[in-house]
Design a binder for this molecule. Structure first.
Ligand SMILES: [Zn+2]
Length: 459
């Protein structure tokens, strides 16, 4: 049946109001041109943008703003160009030009685990806001290096069932690993994958002052939407740790005040006994969170809560990223100086006749001692640097010699984990390679061993 004239005009009004919906970041009454709505927005957050749609969208932003440049930093194993965006009011679109500015270079990354894709959709909203004139202080004082989809091949391997415990996007999401089954968030040191080699080459060229890695959690249930963690001292250099402790709490508060519940990213002390509590562990350098700490950068992990709806997660993620950039822009020299101080310290520790320093070669929390709340260390190998070069192995240690069994600022031993909130999972092997066919970040109930509660908590 054809609509009546009245119905047609109502439909027209509806279409106009939908196409000019305000951006979540724009003031009330401000409008987003229809072509600058992201796929997530246009689909009412039923879908995430494809690789091609993402490139098209970034191309539109580049055409609109003289401060955007879209490029590729490598080629994936299946031959896809790996996109990145530089946002610079100075048009400092090369590493050399950007480093000459003495402004902080902030690297924001989405889709290292391509099924956990909220970060990309949040980054597209944030980049759109910047192109429309929001966050003027950020544009003025910070250079952005944005990798919207790191694992581009995994991103295009779409299924609604790749992460069965994740609440959307209901139209489907990409896959955890690259085309060879390698988990890129286990590949920062061995660099087996073409993608990781390209990413580290990008980092080596640009030397960003901060790295932010966006994920979605694997099922630990809690009230808050946005989980976050960062490497702390002694894993992080003292100046980096001080920067994070001064600057991340205001970011969390701004996110919370904007209506997005936020809390720590946690892992269970025991996968079999969730009531033992939870910690935020120090991540080894094969993970991004450990790798960028090793390179003397604030290394920030975001994990939106997989049980929350896609829209809720993306908007929380986006609000957090915007607040973080505003915080950096409020005192840009503080970040640059913190990184410079950390690098000077590393060089000083390595020169001839440097005072000996202790380093933990291996460490881990005592997951079997609930009284210690994960704070007691075991399996700790301590080495001491020698003035003439090299190291002496001092032997095994236990106790809090270096205090690296957990991230100290995180509340220990949260006891509120209900057993029926726990979902089963499976561990990857040491090389980070996984079986084909299932995103093992979230294995389904059929993988649960009878009579056993298990869980995989991954970043
Ligand atoms: Zn992840």
């Amino acid at each position: 049946m054809l609509p009546t004239r009245r119905a047609r005009s109502d439909l027209l009004l509806l279409a106009v109001s939908l196409s000019l919906a305000p951006s979540p970041g724009l003031a009330a009454g401000s409008e987003v041109p229809p072509e600058l709505r992201t796929r997530a927005e246009a689909s009412s957050f039923r879908a995430t943008s494809t690789y091609a749609e993402t490139l098209d969208f970034l191309g539109l932003l580049q055409a609109r703003s003289a401060y955007f440049q879209l490029g590729a930093f490598g080629t994936s194993e299946q031959g896809r160009p790996m996109p990145f965006v530089v946002v610079s009011k100075d048009q400092a679109f090369t590493p050399e030009a950007a480093r000459r500015l003495s402004k902080p270079i902030v690297m924001l990354q989405g889709g290292i685990h391509a099924g956990e894709i909220d970060g990309k959709d949040a980054l597209l909203l944030l980049l759109r806001d910047l192109a429309l004139g929001l966050h003027p202080a950020v544009l003025e004082r910070v250079t952005l290096l944005v990798v919207p989809i790191y694992n581009v091949d995994g991103h295009e391997r779409v299924s609604r069932f790749n992460r069965p415990n994740q609440d959307g996007p209901e139209a489907g999401m990409g896959f955890r690993t690259n085309a060879s089954g390698l988990d890129l968030n286990r590949d920062h040191l061995k660099l087996d994958s073409a993608e990781a080699r390209a990413l580290i080459a990008l980092v080596n060229a640009w030397r960003p002052h901060m790295h932010v890695d966006n994920h979605v959690s694997d099922g630990f249930d809690h009230a808050w939407v946005v989980g976050y963690a960062t490497a702390e001292a002694p894993q992080a250099a003292p100046s980096i740790d001080a920067w994070a402790k001064a600057n991340l709490p205001p970011v969390a508060e701004a996110t919370r005040s904007a209506g997005h519940p936020i809390g720590p990213y946690l892992e269970l002390l025991s996968n079999d006994e969730p009531l033992k509590g939870a910690i935020t562990p120090p991540y080894r350098p094969r993970y991004s969170t450990g790798y960028f700490a090793l390179r003397n950068r604030p290394s920030i992990l975001i994990e939106t809560h997989s049980h929350k709806p896609f829209r809720t997660r993306v908007l929380g993620n986006y609000t957090w990223l915007g607040a973080l950039l505003e915080q950096v822009a409020s005192e840009p020299s503080a970040l640059v100086e913190a990184v410079a101080a950390a690098e000077r310290r590393t060089v000083a520790l390595g020169v001839a006749d440097a005072p000996a320093s202790d380093v933990a070669l291996r460490y881990g929390p005592d997951r079997d001692d609930p009284a210690a709340g994960g704070c007691k260390l075991l399996d700790q190998t301590i080495a001491r640097t020698k003035a003439a070069g090299g190291i002496d192995i001092l032997g095994q240690g236990t106790g809090g010699m270096l205090g690296v069994g957990h991230q100290p600022s995180v509340e220990r031993a949260l006891q509120a984990v209900a057993e029926d909130d726990i979902h089963p999972g499976a561990e990857d092997d040491e090389r980070g390679r996984q079986e084909p066919g299932v995103d093992q970040g979230q294995a389904g109930p059929d993988r649960q061993a009878p009579g056993r509660l298990a869980h995989s908590f991954r970043t």
